[in-house]
Design a protein around this ligand. Structure first.
Ligand SMILES: Cc1cc2nc3c(=O)[nH]c(=O)nc-3n(C[C@H](O)[C@H](O)[C@H](O)COP(=O)(O)O)c2cc1C
Length: 220
């Protein structure tokens, strides 16, 4: 597939079919993703692949924990990030568009909670990926993880697969680490659903808008 087509057609999918993804294909995509650049070629990415019974157990245990510990959703690393403009408006726009498609009324807290919880089922995708990084590495290495993830997502698009990157997985990380046997000296940076999108699902028609060039590129 032409790179431009992959860039234009990749979208976050939030409803997947149960069509399985062969392990060999997952391995191929991960190998391609490892062609991503990284500062001084340290290749800091680590990825835990949850499939089959392990994927199911992870979802079950995390969702059960989330019900009994709803306030334990903090990140493992120190974070004092504040929601400021213009980012908060962009986030709200995405949420409004998505919840309209999902027919979830504004203010319906239970429906919101349940929908966010779908993250922890990987939106029913057969493959769940959890990206981690050694705690000792610097912020610049986190960039490398992002590049690895984007290469993986574009490679998946080129192979006819769909993805959704999921920061949701840096919440309730205790359960994820426990089920996937992730060493304590790694942070759970992000998750990702991988599979074949359910094209009949309204949520998958969402096209997230982008800001104009002038809002982010500054030619001096
Ligand atoms: C680092 C990262 C974390 C994300 N976390 C989530 C998430 O937890 N749940 C979710 O539904 N989408 C998540 N997304 C998807 C974004 O909402 C999506 O990329 C954005 O709205 C742009 O839409 P597009 O991917 O369809 O172009 C995440 C994306 C990135 C890059």
């Amino acid at each position: 597939m032409d790179l431009d087509i992959a860039l234009d057609t990749r979208r976050s999918a939030r409803a997947f079919k149960d069509t399985p993804v062969p392990k060999e294909l997952v391995e191929e995509l991960l190998l391609r993703a490892s062609r991503s650049p990284s500062g001084t070629n340290v290749q800091p990415w680590k990825v835990y692949v949850a499939m089959g019974a392990t994927r199911d157990r992870l979802s079950e245990e995390l969702l059960a924990y989330r019900e009994t510990h709803p306030d334990d959703g903090g990140k493992e690393w120190p974070s004092n990030s504040k929601r400021i403009e213009p980012y908060i408006s962009r986030m709200r726009k995405l949420g409004k568009d998505m919840y309209t498609l999902l027919e979830i009324p504004k203010g319906d807290k239970q429906a919101n909670w349940d929908q966010w919880g779908r993250n922890y089922k990987f939106f029913d995708a057969p493959v769940g990926l959890i990206f981690t990084i050694d705690k000792d590495l610097d912020r610049t290495s986190w960039l490398d993880i992002g590049m690895f993830m984007q290469t993986l997502m574009l490679s998946a698009t080129a192979c006819g697969l769909d993805t959704c990157a999921q920061g949701a997985w840096n919440q309730f990380w205790r359960v994820t680490k426990d089920v996937l046997d992730i060493p304590d000296d790694e942070y759970v940076v992000c998750g990702m659903s991988l599979g074949y999108a359910d094209e009949t699902a309204a949520v998958n028609t969402l096209v997230a808008e982008r800001e104009p060039l002038s809002s982010f590129a500054f030619f001096r």
